[in-house]
Design a protein around this ligand. Structure first.
Ligand SMILES: Nc1ncnc2c1ncn2[C@@H]1O[C@H](COP(=O)(O)OP(=O)(O)OC[C@H]2O[C@@H]([n+]3cccc(C(=O)O)c3)[C@H](O)[C@@H]2O)[C@@H](O)[C@H]1O
Ligand SMILES: Nc1ncnc2c1ncn2[C@@H]1O[C@H](COP(=O)(O)OP(=O)(O)OP(=O)(O)O)[C@@H](O)[C@H]1O
Ligand SMILES: NC(=O)CC[C@H](N)C(=O)O
Length: 553
């Protein structure tokens, strides 16, 4: 019997619902594995359908199509390696998140996910039935255990597989990105399985953006001591062959490429770029349009869009009003120039007069207030959506997490747009991210190297410029204070008393808490954006819109 085993890790980007395209990618990976004479080619969890399918798996026609596509894929496989690929399976007993093993024209085995995640972005208990405790599968010279993603996050399945004679654990995953997840969660969790079972472990993750979620890849192989001997890149596709040798009766993975992982700022930036590229690309858009105000948020969104789509596909529009400063006009021009994006100017003064004139008899006697500010914002939304309609470019909206948290944005105004790259990035991180992008350039960025966000834009105080001399800080606490309080309230779930005890002014904490709760409805109507943090607005944090409770601590 041979003492070698060869595995192909196919860390590839699937598109949800594109069954034929995904099958084609899987087949190409299988061909690459066959050429490299491997024993098994692995694709991630639910690769055939894309992930997460949500309620689509409850639709019988979709399930039928997915299972038909799976057997069709099996039928294409001639002599060569086994192909492991995730996809749904349904029979009279239920609907399962399954891992399929295909070889020589047929389905040779299936393993059904047992541990169904039901926290943060996951609702799998609502969608799938739990599988039975699995048996290992014999492939080539090895007995392999195949825990499916969450199965490996708890001891039960891995221990049962080890007890049943598994010699290695190969884990297909659909593990969504959040900042520093590899070091903070994936490595400790999988090392615990290695320690409990004494088996080497392969962690293969999905790649790509799906709605708000990003699958970052970053797949790895752990030896029996829990050391990383192979590490694939984050946010990039990779097909890598890994060798295993049997020594003194035990399988050990051989060392392979260990790609250094990016720091937090780069991870988030790459997540925002891939998130935008995939949300637009997979929805059929090649171009984006955005309002470029000369402020830092829209300048960063323009840089992300240029890096994702290429500067030639990003249309920036300056929409000045009488409150727009000369500096803003210059800064917007400099930002577009730095990226090489087209910049148009569309005046909103005349339309503003027209709208205010039309409303004058209705508003007679009422003092000017935020209403007039919001009209400007909404007129920009009208103009930008017209440009979107005319040229088929998706409008990007630019509110950062601090603004989205406290509702510092105009509904149907600057909130108009199909995708918001900054939705989960606090304002203080917006500044840091601009500085990081200005100092770093990577091959995956389609925009130019150098100061993508002009320094003058990063250094000036933020202003919505909806009235004379307006500054964000007139309405909000300084962003350092606001973000620190928000992070404690949102990510930390801290009480008001705990935040006050940490040194923040009680009145400010109560105000931020109030703004956070009264803006829930605005977030419900807001564009999606990439999930970066441990508590993104949408599925990680599901709060009621009507809610009179306030923390009295
Ligand atoms: N619970 C609820 N459920 C459903 N709808 C609700 C609601 N509460 C209020 N509303 C509705 O929402 C309206 C108030 O919301 P909205 O119209 O957005 O207006 P509002 O939130 O009052 O004002 C927008 C704020 O965003 C600021 N801002 C900051 C940065 C940029 C921009 C910009 O526009 O560029 C704006 C602006 O200075 C102002 O302070 C109410 O008139 C009411 O119709
Ligand atoms: N004069 C303008 N021209 C074009 N777009 C604008 C203009 N003013 C606002 N916008 C759009 O509305 C968004 C909200 O902008 P605003 O300046 O009011 O707040 P902000 O959060 O400080 O954003 P920024 O930092 O981009 O200015 C901007 O990011 C931009 O997309
Ligand atoms: N797809 C899953 O089962 C997810 C498992 C795990 N909670 C993760 O985020 O990686």
């Amino acid at each position: 019997m041979t003492d070698r085993f060869r595995l192909t890790l196919a860390q590839l980007n699937a598109t949800l619902g594109a069954l034929d395209e995904n099958a084609e990618k899987a087949f190409a990976a299988w061909e690459a594995g066959r050429a490299a004479r491997v024993d098994l080619v692995m694709l991630p969890e639910m690769f055939l359908t894309g992930y997460q399918t949500q309620d689509l798996v409850l639709k019988p026609a979709f399930l039928r199509d997915a299972m038909t596509a799976m057997t069709a894929l099996a039928a294409r496989l001639g002599e060569g390696p086994v192909l492991g690929i995730g996809g749904p399976f349904a029979d009279a007993s239920g609907i399962y998140n399954a891992y399929w093993l295909l070889a020589e024209g047929r389905v040779i085995a299936r393993r059904l996910k047992r541990a169904l995640p039901h926290e943060d972005v996951f609702d799998e208990m609502r969608l799938f039935d739990p599988g039975p405790l699995p048996e290992p599968v014999v492939i080539g010279a090895a007995r392999i255990g195949l825990p499916v993603c969450e199965d490996a996050w708890h001891p039960e399945v891995a221990q049962a597989l080890a007890a049943a004679g598994a010699e290695m654990l190969f884990v297909p995953n659909g593990s969504p990105y959040r900042r520093a997840k590899l070091e903070a969660l994936r490595l400790p969790v999988t090392r615990a399985r290695v320690a409990e079972t004494g088996l080497p472990l392969v962690y293969l993750n999905m790649l790509g953006g799906q709605d708000d979620q990003l699958f970052d890849g970053a797949s790895f192989v752990l030896d029996r001591e829990g050391a990383v001997v192979v590490q694939l890149p984050a946010f990039e596709e990779a097909v890598v062959h890994v060798d295993f040798e049997k020594r003194q009766g035990e399988w050990q993975p051989c060392s392979g490429p260990v790609v250094p992982q990016p720091g937090d700022l780069e991870q988030d930036y790459h997540a925002m770029v891939l998130g935008l590229a995939d949300y637009l690309g997979k929805s059929g858009f090649k171009k984006a349009v955005l309002g470029l105000s000369g402020g830092v948020d829209s300048a960063l969104v323009a840089a992300i869009a240029a890096d994702a789509l290429g500067p030639e596909n990003v249309h920036c529009v300056m929409l000045p009003s009488r409150y727009t400063s000369r500096a803003s006009l210059e800064d917007a021009a400099a930002a577009a120039r730095a990226l090489g994006c087209k910049l148009d100017t569309v005046m909103i003064e005349e339309s503003r007069h027209a709208v205010e004139g039309a409303l004058a008899h209705v508003f007679a006697g009422a003092a000017a207030d935020v209403t007039e500010e919001n009209i400007q914002s909404r007129l920009r939304g009208v103009m930008l959506m017209a440009i979107s309609n005319k040229f088929g470019a998706m409008l990007l909206t630019t509110g950062n997490k601090s603004e989205v948290a406290v509702g510092y944005c105009t509904i149907y105004g600057d909130m108009a747009g199909g995708y918001n790259p900054l939705k989960d990035l606090y304002k203080t991180r917006v500044f840091e991210t601009c500085r990081w992008r200005n100092a770093n350039h990577r091959p995956w960025m389609k925009g130019p190297a150098g100061a993508a966000v002009p320094v003058a834009i990063i250094d000036k105080p933020p202003s919505a410029e909806l009235r004379d001399n307006q500054k964000d800080q007139d309405s909000l606490p300084p962003y350092e204070v606001l973000d620190a309080i928000l992070e404690r309230l949102v990510e930390g779930d801290q009480s008001v008393a705990e935040i006050v005890a940490a040194g923040f002014e009680r009145a400010t904490v109560k105000r931020v808490e109030h703004l956070l709760y009264i803006s829930e409805w605005k977030r419900f109507q807001s564009a999606p954006g990439p999930r970066l943090s441990t508590r993104a607005f949408w599925l990680d944090r599901r709060y009621p819109m009507v809610n009179r409770w306030r923390d009295r601590s």
